[in-house]
Design a protein around this ligand. Structure first.
Ligand code: SAM
Ligand code: SF4
Ligand code: FES
Length: 343
């Protein structure tokens, strides 16, 4: 029965909640699911892989998400923040390697004023590349100011659509505000990326199905999801589980339901499986986000343990990922990689 559902999704790009749950619970059809997602990726997105270089410019955060190593209550982490001109320099180097798109990501760090961010964004936009921001929850006015400075995209994972679970895991944060942020970003004309964490404590398959339907409902332009990886320095340190295959299944279902959205093979997937990004690229993904932060900052952006590339340089990552993509017969795109709506 689930094979028939996968065939239906491949053609119609629709599944209801019960159908999603049925596929998520059935481990006997994983290979068929991954192959179907790969075919849909090929049909709608082609063989090009978009590289987005990620600059992790501050690990200082005012929030206290229970799962994250950057949470403010974690005293076992050396904090850093890069100055605006250092961030701009990293972006210039990325362009030198060949990146057409960069992502600026940080903890929720109030040090960076709207004027500072406007300066950073507008300076990087002079390099004719696409800029994605991933800075957490802000006001409509702030998002508007960044957009007017040239930001193209914004990445804000809903993390989970289960309000209670979200508010339990993110003390002080309000689920409705996260949704408000995503609405504001759409309204302002950003390409909107969201996603979830797969394998959170007390998360159910039913709630993961809701997450997938939420991405479809808001017609997300990018869906970056990944396995929850417990961090020793957080209250969730004991929730050990291997969430790799379930993340891959969620990602494949996302590709079936949102055939023309950008879907990254995430760093967290490769951190759990040394071939994780290639497996993801062969199961529906069409984007990779290599780290272009330099030096010891790579180690210090310690969201979860086992993060890949912490001892490598941006140049090594560029060569490594280009080699991996070529090894599966795919090519690195020379375009900015905006979503092209097909349906
Ligand atoms: N502060 C911004 C935010 O929360 O949207 C951006 C930075 S935050 C470190 C980026 C993402 O890291 C979050 O959206 C979350 O899904 C992910 N993350 C945090 N802790 C994680 C963990 N233990 N395992 C896997 N991913 C994690
Ligand atoms: Fe801060 Fe983002 Fe980590 Fe939450 S997930 S603690 S907002 S960096
Ligand atoms: Fe960083 Fe492979 S992408 S070393």
């Amino acid at each position: 029965m689930n094979i028939k559902l996968i065939e239906k999704a491949e053609k119609s790009h629709n599944l209801n909640k019960e159908e999603l749950i049925s596929i998520l619970k059935d481990s006997s059809i994983d290979k068929i699911l991954f192959e179907a997602a790969n075919r849909v990726r090929e049909k709608y997105m082609g063989d090009e892989v978009h590289l987005r270089g990620i600059i992790e410019f501050s690990n200082i955060c005012k929030r206290d998400c229970l799962y994250c190593g950057l949470r403010k209550s974690n005293d076992n982490i050396k904090r850093y923040r890069l100055m605006p001109d250092e961030i701009i320099d990293l972006a210039k180097k990325a362009v030198g390697y060949g990146y057409k798109s960069i992502v600026l990501q940080s903890g929720e760090d109030s040090y960076y004023t709207v004027d500072m961010l406007k300066y950073i964004i507008s300076s990087i936009k002079k390099l004719y590349i696409a800029v994605t921001l991933s800075l957490g929850e802000k006001s409509l006015e702030e998002y508007k100011a960044y957009k007017e400075s040239g930001a193209d995209r914004y990445l804000l994972r809903i993390e989970t659509t289960n309000k209670k679970l979200y508010e339990d895991l993110d003390p002080g944060m309000i689920h409705d505000n996260r949704k408000r942020c995503l609405r504001d970003l759409k309204y302002l004309g950003y390409e909107v990326g969201t996603g979830n964490l797969v394998g959170l404590p007390n998360q159910t398959i039913e709630s993961i199905a809701d997450d997938i339907l939420f991405f479809k409902e808001i017609d997300a332009d990018m869906i970056g999801l990944g396995p929850f990886i417990p961090n020793e320095d957080t209250p969730l340190r004991d929730f050990k589980a291997d969430n790799f295959t379930m993340s891959l299944k969620v990602m494949a279902l996302v590709r079936l339901l949102l055939p023309d959205s950008n879907v990254p093979a995430t760093t967290a997937m490769e951190s759990l499986n040394r071939n994780g990004r290639i497996i993801a690229l062969s199961s529906g993904a069409n984007v990779v986000m290599p780290n272009i932060t330099e030096g010891e900052y790579r180690k210090l952006y310690a969201i979860y343990p086992g993060k890949i590339c912490i001892n490598d340089t941006p140049n090594q990552c560029w060569n490594c990922i280009n080699g991996k993509i070529a090894s599966i017969g795919r090519t690195v795109s020379k375009e900015l990689g905006s979503r092209k709506k097909a349906i």
